[in-house]
Design a protein around this ligand. Structure first.
Ligand SMILES: [Fe+2]
Ligand SMILES: [Fe+2]
Length: 341
């Protein structure tokens, strides 16, 4: 069909617009909980550049300490630097699906928040390393060298899922996507609240408080959407969710506990090097939880999620790593992980 073919001279009204069409001309408001969360997001907006950076003097730390703390932020970036495009893709889906107006706004706010979190990672890393990129930085300590190798492997692994995600988004309903998102948000809310309490630097305390509050709102968005959609969830969707939860566990464990070899392709000494760095950072006043605390937090986050899914009769996967029994999921498709954070 030529693009010059005109219709307006042949008919009174235009033909139906083929769907999915990117723009809804409609502002339906049904889910009042979403309105509340959006209002909170507007009130609680913050700017990483305006944190009290003047109070932060990285030169007071040893290079090994600076590199150890920067590594933690790099690890966080593997998740948070992909969050803006991940949620931007989901935001587009809410428009294609003609989701109600507050749902679109909430997703917009998540995208913006995650951009803030990414900025925060960049600001912290740049100050700590005096260089804006942990992969091209010249390490100063022995530990720093090993950490950069760890960072390279993390980066390589994290880069594997984007194409899978782009394939998954159009295939799944928002309800399915949300179960994966919720998992990330529960986990994130937990870790940031804890970090806010256990870091000495004011600038990090404030950042973690803000990020933790953002993640709490993201969690509320997921819960509100599940409350709306899960009562009418099909059995097929439920099965996909069970699988995605197991996949999300494997993926997020790298940040919240230890990277399982089932997904993460890493050198044999990766975990030992990271534990060493955690210890150095902790002693320097950057309160990364101990292995036992990580395990306990992660277990509790999983049990919270299980509590939500139980309510809707969605079978929970077995997560023997943290002592949770459930449905055995053996065939996690690593190409189709919905990355979450
Ligand atoms: Fe985030
Ligand atoms: Fe989030």
């Amino acid at each position: 069909m030529s693009s010059r073919e005109t219709l307006a001279d042949k008919m009174e009204f235009p033909p139906e617009t083929p769907q999915p069409n990117i723009y809804p001309l409609s502002w339906q408001r049904q889910t009042s909980k979403m309105e509340e969360v959006w209002a909170a997001a507007q009130r609680e907006q913050w700017d990483p550049a305006r944190l009290p950076w003047d109070s932060f003097h990285p030169e007071q730390y040893e290079w090994e300490e600076r590199e150890a703390i920067a590594f933690w932020w790099t690890l966080l970036s593997v998740f948070d630097a992909s969050a803006p495009p991940v949620f931007a893709e989901a935001l587009i889906k809410t428009y294609e699906d003609h989701e109600e107006d507050p749902v679109r706004r909430c997703f917009f706010s998540v995208t913006r928040d995650e951009q803030n979190h990414e900025q925060m990672c960049g600001l912290a890393i740049t100050r700590l390393l005096d260089h804006p990129d942990p992969l091209t930085y010249q390490p100063k300590s022995e530990l720093g060298k090993k950490l950069q190798r760890n960072a390279r492997w993390l980066y390589y692994n994290g880069g594997r899922y984007w194409n899978g995600y782009k394939r998954a988004v159009p295939k799944y309903s928002l309800a399915v996507l949300f179960s994966s998102f919720l998992m990330g948000e529960i986990a994130a809310a937990t870790i940031f609240q804890q970090m806010a309490k256990s870091c000495d630097e004011v600038v990090f305390q404030e950042a973690f408080r803000n990020i933790g509050r953002d993640e709490g709102r993201h969690m509320a968005i997921c819960l509100a959407l599940m409350e709306r959609d899960y009562p009418k969830l099909g059995e097929e969707d439920a099965a996909v969710i069970t699988k995605q939860i197991r996949a999300g566990y494997l993926f997020l464990s790298a940040l919240l506990f230890e990277p399982p070899a089932e997904f993460w392709d890493l050198p044999a000494d990766f975990i030992a090097v990271q534990q060493q760095a955690d210890e150095v950072a902790r002693n320097a006043g950057f309160g990364i939880p101990t292995r036992e605390m990580k395990l306990e937090n992660w277990r509790r986050a999983m049990l919270n999620l299980k509590g939500v899914l139980d309510r809707y009769g969605v079978p929970f996967p077995a997560i023997p790593e943290v002592g949770i029994t459930g449905q055995e999921v053996l065939d996690v498709d690593l190409e189709e992980i919905i990355p979450v954070f």
